[in-house]
Write a new protein. Structure first.
Length: 306
């Protein structure tokens, strides 16, 4: 499967992908058990359809289910993008239904406690509420606290550029960390994906990170190493990022991608914007540093439409 073929099967002007049988036919049918074992488990899961919650669950189920990532009694921190005082229709923050889907899956896997947390750019009380994430998370049974500066601790990042930084200890002390970015345009890094989303797990003068943004993102990816990365591409912000402001800045793609490998998830996210992964410095550097693979088309991928 080639990147060009994959992109061609995105209904860029419409609502959902129109997947060609030659591309996805094998993934749609369940292979015999022996063949599946020989081929190995999928490394990337893709969910597509009309419901953000359903396609989130489909993407994770394609990887073998949340039970592969979360165990009974785990404390789980879910990190969406709640950076902006924007409604879901503006696609500046992660879709709240994507977050709810993950909460429900963690509950089914036996998680003891689920915390939904981000350090927004806009004022937290406004961003948490207007994004719809706080209300949806709490209704689903998760905690959604505002970031507490008393939880900031200076930690050794040990990166090539970031040596140490203030980090919210919630992300380090949790048993499992699920990274849930939204796919969107960004004026500096071209796109915001999984690695960029990790900036919401730190405090301090984050504007300084923009001095060497690509290197800093790779350092953060190497430090946090999320348990699972789930990319919300249900409604993407395709211009005027990172906060947009108009529905015309968005595109309905109705897709969620999931995987352990943050580099591969970011690479497939880049393809949603028709950007070759190697054109994005942070993806290239992360692959060179051994944090994952940017040649996502060579990985085992399972796509499910619901």
């Amino acid at each position: 499967m080639k990147r060009r073929e994959f992109i061609r099967n995105i209904a860029w002007g419409g609502a959902v992908w129109q997947a060609a049988p030659s591309l996805w036919g094998a993934a749609q049918a369940k292979p015999p058990a022996k063949a599946a074992a020989a081929a190995g488990a999928p490394e990337l899961g893709i969910g597509m359809g009309d419901s953000p919650k359903a396609i989130t669950k489909a993407a994770v189920d394609a990887l073998g289910g949340m039970g592969k990532f979360v165990g009974r009694g785990d404390v789980v921190v879910i990190k969406p993008n709640i950076g902006w005082d924007r409604t879901p229709e503006m696609a500046a923050c992660t879709n709240p239904d994507v977050v709810v889907g993950l909460i429900e899956m963690c509950q089914d896997a036996g998680a003891k406690k689920i915390i939904v947390l981000d350090n927004p750019t806009n004022e937290a009380k406004r961003a948490y509420v207007r994004s719809g994430i706080r209300g949806a998370a709490e209704a689903a049974g998760a905690d959604a606290p505002f970031p507490n500066e008393q939880h900031l601790k200076k930690m050794p990042i040990k990166g090539e550029w970031l040596k140490d930084w203030e980090v919210f200890s919630d992300f380090i002390e949790a048993d499992k960390f699920i990274n849930v970015p939204i796919a969107k345009h960004h004026s500096l890094s071209r796109v915001t994906l999984g690695m960029k989303n990790l900036m919401g797990a730190i405090g301090g003068p984050r504007n300084q990170i923009h001095q060497k943004l690509d290197q800093a993102l790779v350092d953060l990816a190497g430090f946090f190493k999320p348990t699972l990365n789930v990319l919300d591409a249900y409604r993407m912000l395709i211009r005027n990022g990172p906060q947009g402001g108009r529905p015309s800045d968005t595109k309905l793609v109705k897709t969620v991608a999931a995987g352990r490998d943050i580099v591969a998830v970011d690479a497939i996210g880049a393809s949603f914007f028709e950007i070759p992964p190697q054109e994005l410095l942070f993806i290239r550097l992360a692959a060179e540093r051994g944090l994952g693979r940017m040649d996502w088309e060579k990985l085992r991928i399972e796509k499910r439409t619901v």
